[in-house]
Design a protein around this ligand. Sequence first.
Ligand SMILES: [Zn+2]
Ligand SMILES: [Zn+2]
Length: 442
Amino acid sequence: MNEFDRLKQIVDERVEAERDSLFALGNQILHEPELGFKEHATSERVQQWFRRLGLPFRAGLAVTGAKATLDTGRPGPTFCLMGELDAIVVPGHPHANPDSHAAHACGHNAQIAGLVAAAVALTDDRILSELSGRIVFFAVPAEEFVELSYRRQLIDEGAIEFIGGKPELIRLGEFDDVDLAMMIHTSAPKHGEMPVELWESLNGLIAKTVSFNGKAAHVGNPWDGVNALKAATLAMDAIDAQRETFREDDGVRVHHIVTRGGDLVNVVPSEVVLEMNVRGKTAEAIQEAGSLVDRCIHSGALAFGAHAVVDTLPGYLPLRNDPGLADVVIPNVEQIFGEECVGYRGHSGSCTDTGDVSHLMPTIQPSMTGASGSGHGADWAIADPDAAYLSPGKTLAMTAIDLLRGDADQAQSVLASWEAPMSKNEYLAFQRGIRSQKTFGS
Ligand SMILES: [Zn+2]
Ligand SMILES: [Zn+2]
């Protein structure tokens, strides 16, 4: 067995020795779901592990983030391993919180178990003494782009500037000392899908909060009112009627929910509020679809003599998985799941704020089996805790070993072939430029 394999053997032994406590961690978080920027208990669990492993860390980053650093003591690049803290709202999920309906129906509990498993493995001196540079273990908040009104409140209070955790951490400078980044998202492979899926790219998105304002009146005399719900319905129909104009290559998705639909059934609705996402493969496609959406909102307001206010907020940039990092990751997942375990895919309509990180440094986010059911659905479950909780940790740790062993030559070669699409300042200027408010109608 060569040296390469010996270090990875230690990874396997270290993670397997802690399998019960790592399963317990994944299950504890499953039963204690918290929504974005509220993940205090989940973050505390990660911090307990950082303490136990003797890792220096900082917490309370972007409200709940926790970031530990493992320094080899030798100069070299910094590789950041990430796990997301937050849950999603899925009423009816068997492990949903009865009050908030928060549930881990996207598998982020498994990401945290995997992140901690990687820390368990890499804190071994036999591994550390053969690496250069630094490894960051980053538990990051608020990946799910939800609860816009709550997050606007946090923005108004000055607690955050951006809706998502990683954009906020970028703004705070918490990625300034990082050179490469990786995360693994849990998946529930369907027919034809592989244990590990690697997409070339994922969509980006912007968010809109739309308020239609009309005039309340008795429903017996509707001519005295202005029906904000009808105006909103017409706007939504106009958007739907234009879906055929979206180009396949642009990956455009427009989706919305009604968060306020009227007050009483016998009063003409005077205020109706929508939350919307506009997703697309490129910034240009998102901007074009965003303008189309604004026109449709205008049309609804115009037809009914209502007033509409559209607040547009920056969301996430499209994810570009780095091919250089993929070359390092793939042999490791093949070691765990066997040869030809990777499905190579083109473009996905999903979004993640890992996309923002991928504009600043080489980044990769494969998905890995371990769950069953539908993501964000009530039937999502961890079906194979070995694959969901342990395999991501082993993969992250083995990839860190490959990148940083010796003088970190492999990390340096990934960095040498990388061209950043934008600087951090350009990124912040771009995202801030999206923020706007438009008003339509009378
Ligand atoms: Zn999700
Ligand atoms: Zn997710």
